[in-house]
Ligand binder design. Structure first.
Ligand code: PHB
Length: 402
């Protein structure tokens, strides 16, 4: 493995520091013949947030991806790997330029990215136009595996619909009647709240108010005051990263935790739990992962991740790890020849991965089919309560591949 440096998004990045050597490559046209193409390192673009409210999420995806590549001897499909990293800052406004540079100037073979739904949709557009292979290791924008689905686009994470739809029934079944929702006003927030509300109201619940603030703002006070006035039976929320840490702490500090229980998409407490401390205790969320999933793949993953990073793995690390596993399945099937696109896509679409999250396969739109777990924060961990819904498949509304 080798690395280009991370530089600010729009500045020059080092071109190639691969094992095959810049001198050799400089004299050869890329992919002159399959044999030459396969001798050169595979160029992997990592377009992730390394700064901002989602910085930790991006870093864990990166760490998870690299861990898997290390386990594969530093290779994918038998080829050495060169990384080109871009900090997308979770800013949709620079996303198209960043992705165009990776594809056009840096000539990556595949892009892994990103966390933020708005940034991801800009990447999806470039991937569709250029035919570049894209694996989304987090962003849940429904459209990426809906109307904008494409053969060369895969997701190893979730659709926004998928993670929160099951919670609508869980909360209704718990006898909760009136819920206020709160989130950032952008694609992910709107779609996660939308899917929860769809299932909650279908099961007899009522949404009393939808509260929002612009991404990535964290001035929650006025909205928490509004929740206290509304006195719903419970609150359902989506926040993640640094914003989720502050929201959970502010909610607890306002003293609402006991009278108006807080629920959320699992991103509220995944990767954030340590920083939230006591404030997170007892929070119930749904996600395609729980820390104590007792399957051999998860046990081995958590151990290896800790050994590499000295940190506890979370869903973001798992999604990065699985992105590398998926790519290995695709490239392995074509002996590293990333140009053998149809065969590579066919192998990836048929992949059955023994993921730390449990069984992982893909629907025709290339979105994961996976269990969604109900978890509760206990002893500083997102512990499994039950399977909220097993083998959840996104409806992939609008995707022509289904
Ligand atoms: C998204 O923007 O799709 C998104 C961001 C952070 C998460 C989950 C989804 O934790």
């Amino acid at each position: 493995m080798s690395d280009s440096r991370i530089l600010p998004p729009l500045s020059r990045r080092a071109l190639l520091t691969g094992a095959a050597g810049a001198a050799t490559l400089a004299t050869l046209p890329r992919f002159a013949t399959p044999a030459i193409a396969q001798a050169a390192p595979l160029r992997v673009g990592l377009m992730l947030p390394y700064t901002g409210t989602y910085a930790k999420l991006g870093q864990f995806i990166d760490d998870g991806f690299r861990l898997r590549v290390e386990q594969l001897g530093g290779k994918l499909g038998g080829r050495d790997v060169t990384f080109v990293q871009v900090d997308d800052e979770s800013k949709p406004e620079t996303a198209t330029d960043n992705m165009n540079r990776l594809v056009g100037r840096d000539k990556v073979d595949v892009v892994i990215g990103t966390v933020h739904s708005g940034v991801a949709m800009a990447m999806v557009k470039v991937a569709r136009d250029s035919g570049t292979m894209l694996i989304i290791p987090n962003a849940g924008a429904n459209d990426a595996t809906g109307p904008a689905c494409a053969p060369n686009i895969f997701r190893t994470s979730f659709s926004n619909w998928q993670t929160t739809f099951p919670m609508g029934k869980v909360m209704a079944d718990a006898g909760i009647k009136n819920v206020a929702t709160i989130t950032w006003k952008y694609t992910a927030g709107a779609e996660m709240i939308g899917a929860f509300s769809e299932n909650f109201t279908k099961n007899g619940g009522k949404i009393v108010e939808d509260l929002t603030l612009p991404f990535p703002q964290v001035e929650f006070q006025a909205l928490i005051t509004r929740i206290a006035q509304l006195k719903p039976d419970a609150v359902f929320s989506f926040f993640a990263g640094g914003g989720a840490v502050k929201f959970v702490k502010d909610y607890a500090a306002a003293g609402l935790g006991k009278s108006i229980p807080l629920y959320g998409a699992g991103f509220l407490t995944d990767g954030t739990i340590e920083a939230q401390g006591e404030a997170a205790n007892g929070l119930k969320t749904t996600l395609h992962y729980a820390d104590n999933l007792d399957n051999p793949a998860n046990v081995a993953f958590l151990k290896a991740f800790k050994a590499k990073t000295q940190k506890d793995g979370d869903i973001y690390a798992v999604q990065g790890f699985d992105a590398a596993s998926l790519l290995e399945i695709g490239l392995g099937a074509v002996k590293g020849d990333a140009g053998a696109r149809d065969a590579m896509i066919k192998a990836m679409a048929a992949a059955k991965i023994d993921s730390p999250r449990g069984p992982l396969s893909f629907n025709k739109a290339h979105n994961p089919i996976q269990n969604i777990y109900l978890r509760e924060v206990r002893n500083g961990r997102n512990e499994l309560v039950s399977i909220a819904q097993s083998a959840v498949d996104d409806p992939a509304r609008g995707c022509r591949m289904t």
